[in-house]
Write a protein that binds this ligand. Structure first.
Ligand code: SF4
Length: 524
């Protein structure tokens, strides 16, 4: 069999998870230059750019959500797909062990995490045969936050702000704009969309995701689709959804459209939304040795062009002097003095909690005293007593780790999933600050006002940047939920976030959604 194949796939996974391809870097570079550095959007993009460089330099995951590994494999006639599939699965488990992938495969009935990213449906591997002598493997790592913002439309339909979308390319254009508007910052904008016109509900989504294997700077060979792609790019960026939904000049960095034949009765438009952490790479593999013969989407192993200068990366968060310093535990008075738009730097203890922790807290007392606490919607990548260096995770900075635990990636997860629980948890346990991304809804906004709480938006995907704000892992509770879902006790230092929902009933997310909706009206 191919002696080097497994290690080649591990290398592909590692590079994909830690180093964005040149076309995505170029698009993000344009976005960075389009904003003033001292605006909310500018600060967010500076953190993102720093994070991209930090991830590549320490070979750590760009985002803590390393997504659903999706492989597109082309093999010569006669290749043993059963063996190749087993080796790809083994490579996924090995990359997880090395901390390049977060354990992300969860039993849908029991909620149990398999711990190695293997399980029914995980990873996704598509095989095709081709006439070439080599094996080609393309990989995309698309996380849950952006996956949850995917959308599928059955035309004709009525769309908010845009009116009727008919079974025409004009109707398709409206659907894509609607999907970008609806996503706001929840999918970590600026993002890119892969779109399929037609197919059935299943093949439509699949083909939409396949469009994300195109480079952001290519031109659609079908001039009709190229025209729609170009129109969407220019119109979506007029919406001012902006980075992380903070409002700004760049909402979309790519639009790639494909088409499949459909049944006469159906006309689906399927939209696969990917975040700025657009992790996609590929390799060509020698079909006799399994060694990598070439890289796709990048120039071999040549180091990536940094987003920022080394000094700019080392400088950390770009402060303006107007930041509010908060040390947990936080008082109600401190929280009520904060207003939407304030930038805060948090120090002191912070507890992570996402879906399982919230569900648990609705029925059980918290494992720690949460009065005055900061609750972080985050499922970090955490490793224990692991080797460091080429075969092991590289901690972004030395952390004092209780019990040998070290956090290697720790960005925020999408907060809206906790909307059914958050107000109750604020009220019951005295949590003062919730940190997450993408904002929350009316129920939480009312809860913040009633209980004296604040919602702080951290920069989605900036997993390396935020891992560097963690001084120490002081403990962990609820480990039965698995690493990403456990409650981690962290000690943080100057952790930056922006007040996007305050205790006075104000929500930046609501404002940006309304303002961008008004722009959408003009694009009917
Ligand atoms: S950047 Fe945001 S949407 Fe993308 S994988 Fe990370 S958390 Fe999810």
């Amino acid at each position: 069999m191919l002696p080097h194949f497994l290690e080649s796939v591990v290398q592909l996974i590692t590079r994909t998870s830690t180093d964005l391809p040149p076309d995505v870097r170029a698009a993000m570079g344009v976005a960075v230059r389009s904003e003033q550095p001292d605006t909310r959007a500018g600060q967010a993009l500076t953190i993102i750019a720093q994070n991209i460089d930090q991830a590549a330099s320490c070979e750590g995951p760009i985002c803590q959500d390393t997504g659903m590994p999706t492989f597109d494999v082309k093999v010569p006639v006669g290749a043993n797909q059963i063996w190749l599939g087993s080796q790809i699965r083994a490579a996924v488990a090995e990359a997880t062990r090395r901390g390049k992938l977060r354990p992300n495969s969860v039993d849908s009935i029991t909620g149990e995490n398999s711990g190695d990213n293997l399980g029914p449906g995980t990873p996704i591997i598509h095989f095709d045969q081709w006439e070439a002598p080599d094996i080609e493997i393309k990989l995309i790592l698309k996380g849950g936050g952006c996956e949850n913002t995917n959308a599928q439309y059955a035309l004709p339909t009525e769309l908010d702000h845009l009116g009727r979308a008919d079974r025409t390319l004009e109707g398709v254009r409206k659907c894509i704009l609607h999907a970008v508007w609806k996503a706001q910052g929840k999918g970590c904008s600026p993002g890119a969309v892969g779109v399929c016109i037609g197919g059935d509900r299943t093949s439509g989504y699949l083909h939409a995701k396949e469009q994300l294997f195109r480079t952001l700077d290519d031109t659609n060979p079908d001039s009709r689709l190229a025209e729609v792609e170009s129109a969407v790019m220019s119109e979506a960026n007029k919406l001012s959804v902006g980075p992380m939904g903070f409002s700004g000049n760049t909402s979309l960095i790519g639009c790639k459209i494909g088409a499949l034949n459909r049944l006469p009765a159906s006309f689906f438009v399927s939209v696969a939304y990917d975040c700025w952490a657009f992790r996609r790479l590929g390799i060509k593999v020698d079909a006799t040795s399994g060694a990598i013969s070439d890289w796709l989407y990048r120039e071999g192993t040549k180091p990536s062009q940094p987003m920022l200068s080394a000094e700019a990366v080392a400088a950390g968060f770009p402060t303006t002097g107007r930041e509010v310093r908060l040390r947990a535990p936080i008082t109600e008075e401190q929280v009520r003095s904060l207003k939407v738009g304030d930038v805060v730097l948090i120090s002191g203890p912070m507890f992570t909690g996402r879906d399982q922790v919230h569900a648990y807290l609705m029925k059980n007392d918290p494992p720690v005293d949460l009065r005055g606490s900061v609750l972080y919607h985050c499922g970090p990548v955490v490793v224990k007593d692991a080797p460091t260096g080429p075969d092991g995770p590289v901690p972004p900075k030395p952390q004092r780790g209780e019990g040998g635990w070290r956090v290697t990636a720790a960005g925020p997860t999408t907060s809206i999933r906790e909307e059914p629980y958050q107000a109750e948890i604020l009220k019951r346990y005295g949590v003062r600050a919730v940190v997450g991304k993408g904002g929350m809804g009316a129920k939480t906004l009312a809860g913040l006002k009633e209980s004296g709480g604040v919602y702080l938006n951290a920069i989605g995907g900036a997993a390396q940047f935020y891992a560097r704000c963690i001084d120490q892992v002081t403990g962990v509770s609820l480990m039965q939920f698995g690493t990403p879902e456990a409650m981690w006790h962290l000690e943080v230092h100057d952790f930056p976030a922006i007040v996007t929902m305050d205790s006075h009933g104000n929500s930046l997310h609501k404002d940006v959604e309304e303002q961008s909706g008004a722009v959408l009206e003009t694009l009917r």
